[in-house]
Design a protein around this ligand. Sequence first.
Ligand SMILES: [Zn+2]
Length: 479
Amino acid sequence: MRKNIRVIRNTDTIVAFDQRTEGHVYLSDGDIAFDEDGFIHVGGRYDGHFDEEISGKGKMVLPGLVNVHCHSGEEPISKGLFEDAGTAALWGNALYEYSNLIEISPDALGASLTVMLGDLLRSGVTTLIDIAAPHDAWLPTLAKSGARAYVAPGFREASWHVEQSRRLDFIWDKGRGREAFARALEVVDSAREHPSGRLGGIVSPSQIETCSAELLQDAAEAARARRVPITVHAAQTMAEHEELLRRTGLTAVQYLDALGLLADDLIIGHCIFVDSHAWTRQRTELDLALLAERRASVAHCPVTFARSGMVLQSLGRYRRSGVNVALGTDSYPFNMLEEMRQAIICARIAGGSVFDVETSGVLEAATLAGARALGRQDIGRLARGAKADFFLVDLKHAAMQPVYDPLRNLLHCAAERAIDAVYVDGALVVEKGRPTNLDYQGALRQLQEAQDFAVRRLGANDPARRSSATLAPRSLPSM
Ligand SMILES: [Zn+2]
């Protein structure tokens, strides 16, 4: 069958992959040619056959971004509820007492996923890992969106219970955890066999402290038998860090190593509270070197944590230690370019220096490091033979003007406003800011109903039976 070859001609700026340095470089006034199988050409003048020509004048072409950690599920309907909330006695974290209360009705899950996908695609994401509970609309919606997507169906044996806003308890049900594990593996397998060829699966024990050592090890074995990555939340809060110390005497990183999980197929979300973090009571500095030595990856999602006053110390320090830090958005706003900007800002505050991380370093984290975490060399780069996953930025957009260094303008100022088009496998998935394959507007309307329902259910889901108004007071009083 003859392929439809398109060429983007005389592009002002191409962020191309340089085989020699294995990094991104600016290439001026070049061409890219691609079809549904991948890039045929990235460089100077393309003289081969083509079916369609697009002008690249006034444009910058970048590799599609790789988001290694996000959650559809109830995250998109949590917007606006708990940004000012937290459990004071649990280092101010809102995860255990508040996020836990949000309930989404099964028929809203498709809309929630659609909105997340639309927002991610519009911000230049072409590959993502969605960590969520399985549901019927999951694989069909991911496939329909046109994105390259990995499902990471979560499973765990313990749930969280916060007693009197001061103590985190764990309620264990190992039978349920095992059932969810078996179901997760079925979903991982069906994603890998999906006819679109763009879906994949990841084995995802939800959190390090809600799974027994046996389950974590069985999960790793199941992932390795399938040659798929493993992802688990670990070192994500101080409450978890303290709990692991109490149970094992080890930090999360050291415990994962003791269990045999710390390896190049492991993606740790979010790996903040390592032994060198100032909040922990450790006085050692072993974890970063161990992470680097075992070549495990970190899914760094600065925005959600910064909102609660928490920060990785620091992105630059992890990178200089040799840790593969990839980026994710975790929860809303599901805007990868804003996440990248915050990654730079958080790194420079945490590192106490403008030199902590460079703009180019954050692009590397959002592309090549993400690809590495997934064990792939064919995404996150504009190079002949790689998948045709990329996006076009309008250099004439007001937010991009004036242009001296277009990457800095994009990350520090313009973000998704300047994105013209996004392609996955050479197919247009976003055109003029709108997802082409999804009913984004329809999903938005459903999301409001889903949030109204969630707010009504807050009190019923709260063990202390507080009202919605007490749990989630609005930011201003009503007149
Ligand atoms: Zn997460």
